[in-house]
Design a protein around this ligand. Sequence first.
Ligand code: SAM
Length: 291
Amino acid sequence: SKKYIATPLKTKEILNKYKFTFKKSLGQNFLVDVNVLKNIINSTGIDQSSGAIEIGPGMGALTEQLAIYANKVVAFEIDQRLLPILGDTLGDYPNVEIIHQDILEANVSEVIQTYFEPGQDIHVVANLPYYITTPILMKLVRDKLPVSSFTVMIQKEVAERMAAKPNSKSYGSLTIAVQYYTEAKIVMTVPKSVFMPQPNVDSSILQLTMREEPPVHVENEEFFFNLVQASFAQRRKTLRNNLTSYFKEQYTKEGINEILERIDINGTRRGESLDMAEFALLANTFYKERM
Ligand code: SAM
Protein backbone atom coordinates (compact mmCIF):
# COMPACT_ATOMS: atom_id res chain seq x y z
CA SER A 1 0.00 0.00 0.00
CA LYS A 2 1.15 3.50 -0.75
CA LYS A 3 2.63 5.65 1.97
CA TYR A 4 0.83 8.97 1.73
CA ILE A 5 2.48 12.21 2.82
CA ALA A 6 -0.41 12.89 5.20
CA THR A 7 0.60 10.49 7.94
CA PRO A 8 2.54 11.32 11.12
CA LEU A 9 5.27 8.85 10.21
CA LYS A 10 5.87 10.05 6.65
CA THR A 11 5.65 13.69 7.72
CA LYS A 12 8.29 13.16 10.41
CA GLU A 13 10.47 11.35 7.90
CA ILE A 14 10.34 14.35 5.53
CA LEU A 15 10.94 16.81 8.39
CA ASN A 16 14.06 14.91 9.41
CA LYS A 17 15.35 14.40 5.90
CA TYR A 18 15.25 18.15 5.16
CA LYS A 19 15.82 19.36 8.75
CA PHE A 20 12.69 21.44 8.23
CA THR A 21 11.53 23.65 11.10
CA PHE A 22 7.96 24.98 11.19
CA LYS A 23 7.47 28.70 10.85
CA LYS A 24 4.66 29.76 13.13
CA SER A 25 4.62 33.16 11.43
CA LEU A 26 3.57 31.42 8.18
CA GLY A 27 0.79 29.44 9.85
CA GLN A 28 2.51 26.12 9.23
CA ASN A 29 0.32 23.39 10.72
CA PHE A 30 0.46 20.40 8.40
CA LEU A 31 -2.28 17.82 8.03
CA VAL A 32 -1.35 14.30 9.01
CA ASP A 33 -4.70 12.52 8.54
CA VAL A 34 -5.62 11.13 5.13
CA ASN A 35 -9.27 10.60 6.11
CA VAL A 36 -9.77 14.30 6.82
CA LEU A 37 -8.25 15.09 3.42
CA LYS A 38 -10.57 12.63 1.69
CA ASN A 39 -13.56 14.18 3.47
CA ILE A 40 -12.47 17.61 2.28
CA ILE A 41 -12.08 16.50 -1.32
CA ASN A 42 -15.32 14.48 -1.30
CA SER A 43 -17.27 17.52 -0.15
CA THR A 44 -16.10 19.59 -3.14
CA GLY A 45 -17.48 17.51 -6.00
CA ILE A 46 -14.02 17.34 -7.59
CA ASP A 47 -13.64 14.57 -10.17
CA GLN A 48 -11.03 13.36 -12.66
CA SER A 49 -11.84 16.24 -15.04
CA SER A 50 -11.67 19.02 -12.43
CA GLY A 51 -9.01 21.59 -11.76
CA ALA A 52 -7.89 22.41 -8.23
CA ILE A 53 -6.17 25.49 -6.85
CA GLU A 54 -4.43 25.09 -3.52
CA ILE A 55 -3.07 27.80 -1.24
CA GLY A 56 -0.09 26.76 0.86
CA PRO A 57 0.77 23.16 -0.10
CA GLY A 58 3.28 22.83 2.75
CA MET A 59 4.95 19.46 2.25
CA GLY A 60 2.22 18.33 -0.13
CA ALA A 61 -0.22 16.43 2.13
CA LEU A 62 -3.38 17.83 0.52
CA THR A 63 -1.72 18.44 -2.85
CA GLU A 64 -1.02 14.72 -3.21
CA GLN A 65 -4.67 13.78 -2.63
CA LEU A 66 -5.82 16.51 -5.04
CA ALA A 67 -3.36 15.20 -7.64
CA ILE A 68 -4.97 11.77 -7.28
CA TYR A 69 -8.61 12.91 -7.47
CA ALA A 70 -8.40 15.88 -9.88
CA ASN A 71 -7.11 16.44 -13.38
CA LYS A 72 -4.74 19.28 -12.56
CA VAL A 73 -3.52 21.03 -9.39
CA VAL A 74 -1.95 24.47 -9.15
CA ALA A 75 -0.62 25.39 -5.71
CA PHE A 76 0.74 28.71 -4.38
CA GLU A 77 3.45 28.44 -1.73
CA ILE A 78 5.22 31.43 -0.17
CA ASP A 79 7.97 29.53 1.71
CA GLN A 80 11.03 29.06 -0.50
CA ARG A 81 12.32 26.26 1.75
CA LEU A 82 9.39 24.06 0.78
CA LEU A 83 10.06 24.12 -2.97
CA PRO A 84 12.78 21.43 -3.09
CA ILE A 85 10.77 19.36 -0.61
CA LEU A 86 7.66 19.55 -2.79
CA GLY A 87 9.75 18.66 -5.84
CA ASP A 88 10.67 15.47 -4.01
CA THR A 89 7.38 14.54 -2.29
CA LEU A 90 5.24 15.25 -5.36
CA GLY A 91 7.75 13.99 -7.92
CA ASP A 92 5.39 11.18 -8.94
CA TYR A 93 2.55 13.55 -9.83
CA PRO A 94 3.12 15.31 -13.18
CA ASN A 95 -0.26 17.06 -12.95
CA VAL A 96 0.92 19.37 -10.13
CA GLU A 97 2.24 22.88 -10.69
CA ILE A 98 3.79 24.77 -7.76
CA ILE A 99 3.92 28.56 -7.95
CA HIS A 100 6.30 30.27 -5.54
CA GLN A 101 4.25 33.32 -4.63
CA ASP A 102 2.35 35.06 -1.85
CA ILE A 103 -1.31 34.33 -2.66
CA LEU A 104 -2.22 37.89 -1.66
CA GLU A 105 0.04 39.19 -4.46
CA ALA A 106 -1.03 36.63 -7.04
CA ASN A 107 -3.06 37.28 -10.16
CA VAL A 108 -5.20 34.17 -9.82
CA SER A 109 -7.32 34.93 -12.93
CA GLU A 110 -4.21 34.91 -15.06
CA VAL A 111 -2.98 31.69 -13.46
CA ILE A 112 -6.34 30.06 -14.21
CA GLN A 113 -6.08 31.10 -17.85
CA THR A 114 -2.54 29.80 -18.08
CA TYR A 115 -2.91 26.41 -16.42
CA PHE A 116 -6.52 25.28 -16.88
CA GLU A 117 -8.68 24.44 -19.88
CA PRO A 118 -11.29 27.01 -20.93
CA GLY A 119 -14.50 26.20 -19.06
CA GLN A 120 -12.85 23.62 -16.82
CA ASP A 121 -14.61 23.05 -13.48
CA ILE A 122 -12.23 24.56 -10.91
CA HIS A 123 -12.28 24.32 -7.11
CA VAL A 124 -10.16 26.12 -4.54
CA VAL A 125 -9.14 23.78 -1.74
CA ALA A 126 -6.80 24.67 1.11
CA ASN A 127 -5.71 24.21 4.66
CA LEU A 128 -5.22 27.95 5.05
CA PRO A 129 -2.51 29.70 7.04
CA TYR A 130 -4.64 30.95 9.95
CA TYR A 131 -2.97 34.35 10.31
CA ILE A 132 -4.41 35.53 6.98
CA THR A 133 -7.58 33.46 6.52
CA THR A 134 -9.90 36.43 6.11
CA PRO A 135 -7.74 38.53 3.73
CA ILE A 136 -7.18 35.48 1.51
CA LEU A 137 -10.85 34.51 1.32
CA MET A 138 -12.05 38.09 0.82
CA LYS A 139 -9.52 38.63 -1.97
CA LEU A 140 -10.57 35.44 -3.75
CA VAL A 141 -14.34 35.92 -3.49
CA ARG A 142 -14.16 39.60 -4.50
CA ASP A 143 -12.01 38.75 -7.51
CA LYS A 144 -15.07 36.94 -8.93
CA LEU A 145 -12.89 34.10 -10.16
CA PRO A 146 -14.33 31.44 -12.48
CA VAL A 147 -14.32 28.79 -9.72
CA SER A 148 -17.23 26.66 -8.49
CA SER A 149 -16.36 26.45 -4.82
CA PHE A 150 -13.90 27.23 -2.06
CA THR A 151 -13.38 24.52 0.54
CA VAL A 152 -11.00 25.58 3.27
CA MET A 153 -9.79 24.48 6.66
CA ILE A 154 -9.87 27.54 8.92
CA GLN A 155 -10.29 28.41 12.60
CA LYS A 156 -13.64 27.13 13.86
CA GLU A 157 -14.57 30.54 15.22
CA VAL A 158 -13.95 32.30 11.88
CA ALA A 159 -15.84 29.57 9.98
CA GLU A 160 -18.80 30.11 12.31
CA ARG A 161 -18.72 33.86 11.65
CA MET A 162 -18.63 33.36 7.88
CA ALA A 163 -21.50 30.83 7.89
CA ALA A 164 -23.60 32.52 10.61
CA LYS A 165 -27.33 33.28 10.56
CA PRO A 166 -28.92 36.46 11.99
CA ASN A 167 -29.59 36.61 15.74
CA SER A 168 -26.50 34.63 16.67
CA LYS A 169 -23.32 35.59 18.45
CA SER A 170 -21.18 34.86 15.38
CA TYR A 171 -23.27 36.97 12.99
CA GLY A 172 -21.58 40.21 11.97
CA SER A 173 -20.09 42.28 9.18
CA LEU A 174 -17.84 39.41 8.10
CA THR A 175 -20.93 37.22 7.66
CA ILE A 176 -22.51 39.79 5.35
CA ALA A 177 -19.26 40.37 3.43
CA VAL A 178 -18.86 36.65 2.73
CA GLN A 179 -22.52 35.79 2.11
CA TYR A 180 -22.99 38.70 -0.29
CA TYR A 181 -20.69 36.86 -2.73
CA THR A 182 -21.13 33.22 -1.70
CA GLU A 183 -23.32 30.66 0.02
CA ALA A 184 -21.46 29.49 3.10
CA LYS A 185 -21.72 26.25 5.04
CA ILE A 186 -19.62 24.36 7.55
CA VAL A 187 -18.82 20.87 6.29
CA MET A 188 -17.32 19.54 9.51
CA THR A 189 -15.30 20.44 12.55
CA VAL A 190 -11.96 18.73 13.05
CA PRO A 191 -9.89 18.11 16.16
CA LYS A 192 -6.44 19.64 16.69
CA SER A 193 -4.92 16.15 16.61
CA VAL A 194 -5.02 15.96 12.79
CA PHE A 195 -2.29 18.63 12.55
CA MET A 196 1.45 18.68 13.10
CA PRO A 197 2.25 20.76 15.08
CA GLN A 198 -1.18 21.08 16.72
CA PRO A 199 -2.65 24.60 16.59
CA ASN A 200 -4.06 26.29 19.69
CA VAL A 201 -7.55 26.58 18.24
CA ASP A 202 -10.15 24.18 16.86
CA SER A 203 -10.69 24.07 13.12
CA SER A 204 -13.60 23.67 10.73
CA ILE A 205 -13.91 22.98 7.07
CA LEU A 206 -15.86 25.83 5.50
CA GLN A 207 -17.35 25.61 2.03
CA LEU A 208 -18.24 28.68 0.00
CA THR A 209 -20.18 28.38 -3.25
CA MET A 210 -19.97 31.38 -5.57
CA ARG A 211 -23.29 33.11 -6.24
CA GLU A 212 -24.17 34.10 -9.81
CA GLU A 213 -25.62 37.35 -8.46
CA PRO A 214 -25.63 38.96 -5.02
CA PRO A 215 -28.79 37.93 -3.11
CA VAL A 216 -29.84 41.58 -2.65
CA HIS A 217 -29.70 44.72 -4.76
CA VAL A 218 -27.23 47.26 -3.40
CA GLU A 219 -26.93 50.78 -4.84
CA ASN A 220 -23.34 51.26 -3.75
CA GLU A 221 -21.33 48.33 -2.39
CA GLU A 222 -18.77 50.38 -0.48
CA PHE A 223 -21.51 52.41 1.21
CA PHE A 224 -23.40 49.19 2.02
CA PHE A 225 -20.41 47.39 3.58
CA ASN A 226 -19.43 50.49 5.58
CA LEU A 227 -22.94 50.85 6.94
CA VAL A 228 -23.10 47.16 7.87
CA GLN A 229 -19.80 47.52 9.72
CA ALA A 230 -21.11 50.62 11.51
CA SER A 231 -24.25 48.75 12.58
CA PHE A 232 -22.09 46.23 14.43
CA ALA A 233 -19.57 48.81 15.72
CA GLN A 234 -20.76 48.28 19.29
CA ARG A 235 -22.65 45.05 19.38
CA ARG A 236 -24.61 45.77 22.55
CA LYS A 237 -25.80 49.16 21.32
CA THR A 238 -29.05 49.58 19.42
CA LEU A 239 -29.03 50.06 15.66
CA ARG A 240 -30.22 53.63 16.20
CA ASN A 241 -27.30 54.46 18.48
CA ASN A 242 -24.69 52.88 16.24
CA LEU A 243 -26.07 54.76 13.23
CA THR A 244 -26.20 58.02 15.20
CA SER A 245 -22.48 57.71 15.97
CA TYR A 246 -21.67 56.75 12.39
CA PHE A 247 -23.68 59.56 10.77
CA LYS A 248 -23.01 62.20 13.43
CA GLU A 249 -21.81 64.73 10.82
CA GLN A 250 -24.91 64.28 8.62
CA TYR A 251 -27.90 63.51 10.88
CA THR A 252 -29.38 64.18 14.28
CA LYS A 253 -30.79 61.31 16.31
CA GLU A 254 -34.28 62.45 15.24
CA GLY A 255 -33.24 62.43 11.59
CA ILE A 256 -32.03 58.83 11.92
CA ASN A 257 -35.26 57.85 13.70
CA GLU A 258 -37.38 59.42 10.99
CA ILE A 259 -35.61 57.39 8.26
CA LEU A 260 -35.81 54.14 10.24
CA GLU A 261 -39.52 54.64 10.84
CA ARG A 262 -40.11 55.35 7.18
CA ILE A 263 -38.60 51.98 6.17
CA ASP A 264 -40.23 50.22 9.10
CA ILE A 265 -37.06 49.09 10.85
CA ASN A 266 -37.27 49.47 14.61
CA GLY A 267 -34.28 51.51 15.81
CA THR A 268 -34.17 49.72 19.14
CA ARG A 269 -33.17 46.49 17.40
CA ARG A 270 -29.54 45.38 17.42
CA GLY A 271 -27.52 45.05 14.24
CA GLU A 272 -27.33 41.29 14.71
CA SER A 273 -31.10 40.97 14.17
CA LEU A 274 -31.07 42.44 10.65
CA ASP A 275 -30.87 40.07 7.71
CA MET A 276 -29.08 40.95 4.49
CA ALA A 277 -32.25 42.24 2.80
CA GLU A 278 -32.86 44.64 5.70
CA PHE A 279 -29.25 45.87 5.58
CA ALA A 280 -29.66 46.45 1.84
CA LEU A 281 -32.87 48.43 2.41
CA LEU A 282 -31.17 50.44 5.14
CA ALA A 283 -28.07 51.19 3.07
CA ASN A 284 -29.98 51.99 -0.12
CA THR A 285 -32.26 54.39 1.79
CA PHE A 286 -29.39 56.27 3.42
CA TYR A 287 -27.49 56.23 0.13
CA LYS A 288 -30.34 57.94 -1.72
CA GLU A 289 -30.75 60.47 1.15
CA ARG A 290 -27.12 61.60 1.15
CA MET A 291 -26.27 65.25 0.20
N1 SAM B 1 -1.44 22.25 2.82
C1 SAM B 1 -0.47 21.85 3.83
C2 SAM B 1 -1.10 20.82 4.74
O1 SAM B 1 -2.33 20.82 4.84
O2 SAM B 1 -0.38 20.04 5.35
C3 SAM B 1 0.03 23.04 4.63
C4 SAM B 1 -1.00 23.91 5.28
S1 SAM B 1 -0.34 25.13 6.38
C5 SAM B 1 -1.74 25.41 7.43
C6 SAM B 1 -0.33 26.66 5.47
C7 SAM B 1 0.66 26.75 4.32
O3 SAM B 1 0.50 28.02 3.69
C8 SAM B 1 2.12 26.68 4.70
O4 SAM B 1 2.80 25.81 3.82
C9 SAM B 1 2.66 28.11 4.53
O5 SAM B 1 4.03 28.19 4.22
C10 SAM B 1 1.77 28.61 3.41
N2 SAM B 1 1.57 30.07 3.36
C11 SAM B 1 1.54 30.94 4.38
N3 SAM B 1 1.29 32.20 3.95
C12 SAM B 1 1.13 32.11 2.60
C13 SAM B 1 0.87 33.08 1.58
N4 SAM B 1 0.68 34.36 1.87
N5 SAM B 1 0.79 32.65 0.29
C14 SAM B 1 0.97 31.34 -0.01
N6 SAM B 1 1.23 30.40 0.91
C15 SAM B 1 1.31 30.76 2.20
